[in-house]
Design a protein around this ligand. Structure first.
Ligand code: XIL
Length: 300
């Protein structure tokens, strides 16, 4: 195969990218994105602040631009994200307690209702665990509504769109030896044992000097999969763009049948949220394929 999407499809997987609605008028960008990828995540356009800027008033204009571009070009869409401490609209940041809990439920119903039957997988809850050695939850306004907020979000999501896979998504849960990874693992195990609906775990996989790729990544993927969930690599970027590390990541996913796909967090280095100096993606700022691109294509 000569593109990332077609190469991933050889093993029944997908290869995706984050898409920014503001770049859909850039033909250099859309040419690469359309050619190489078969799964799309909206980089910001389906987040809480974008989709519910005022309480109870939903706005899907930017989200729909990304969605429509993807589907018109034959791609599937991952939904990102419904319940998160970050990128909350101002009105939500000010809520607490049962009012916030209900607002979260209403938000999930509003967004998943709009895209009902159209989304491959939703990142229902994003980044709910704390960094460091606690292995526990991150403090946030959502967490302060009660420890059950995550399972309430997943139960709400299952009812809102039974066709979508429901994922828990986080960063720094790639290294099996880290407390944060174990905390999320224990939550997923608990959810599966109690019948809380969860279908997948998203490993964001933003690799850099502080949280580098580790050789136990495959163990992490295998361990989550053994709980009975799919694993998706949802926001991959590697500071410095090491071709070897990119190949390792892809090989680790391919080694686990329930690792269903890989998404990179942007098209060209110049599109990266980290800035082009980080050179973390598969295409350079001129749209040329980097060594990392070839390594990924050969690994798939
Ligand atoms: C980032 C976007 O790439 C930026 O454009 C935005 O300013 C901030 O959010 N984890 C996530 C993503 O789940 O939503 C984040 O995306 C990157 C970290």
């Amino acid at each position: 195969a000569s593109t990332l999407g077609a190469a991933a499809a050889q093993s029944g997987r997908y290869f995706g990218t984050a898409i920014a609605s503001g770049k859909l008028g850039d033909s250099a960008y859309t040419t690469i994105a359309n050619r190489e990828f078969d799964m799309v995540t909206a980089e910001n356009e389906m987040k809480i602040d974008a989709t519910e800027p005022n309480r109870g008033q939903f706005n899907f204009s930017a989200g729909d631009r990304v969605y429509n571009w993807a589907v018109q070009n034959g791609k599937r869409v991952r939904g990102h994200t419904l319940a998160w401490h970050s990128q909350q609209p101002g009105w939500m940041q000010q809520l607490s307690g049962s009012t916030l809990r209900q607002a979260m439920i209403n938000h999930i119903n509003g967004v998943m209702g709009h895209y009902k039957g159209k989304i491959y997988a939703w990142d229902v809850v994003n980044e709910a665990y704390a960094d460091g050695n606690s292995g526990g939850r991150r403090d946030s306004n959502l967490q302060r509504t009660g420890n059950d907020w995550i399972e309430v979000a997943f139960r709400t999501a299952r009812a809102a769109d039974p066709a979508a896979k429901l994922c828990y998504n986080d960063y720094n849960i790639d290294n099996w030896s880290w407390a944060k990874t174990q905390g999320v693992y224990n939550m997923v195990r608990d959810f599966k044992s109690r019948g809380v609906p969860i279908d997948c775990v998203g490993l964001q996989s933003h690799f850099n000097g502080n949280s580098p790729y580790n050789g136990n990544y495959r163990t992490t993927i295998q361990s989550f999969a053994a709980l009975g969930v799919d694993v998706q690599i949802t926001e991959l970027d590697i500071q410095g763009g090491s071709a070897t590390t990119y190949a390792n990541v892809v090989n680790d996913c391919l080694a686990v049948p329930r690792c269903t796909g890989v998404t990179v967090w942007g098209v060209r280095d110049s599109d990266s949220w980290l800035g082009s100096g980080a050179a973390p993606l598969l295409f350079d700022g001129n749209g040329n394929k980097k060594a990392a691109y070839t390594a990924v294509l050969n690994a798939l």
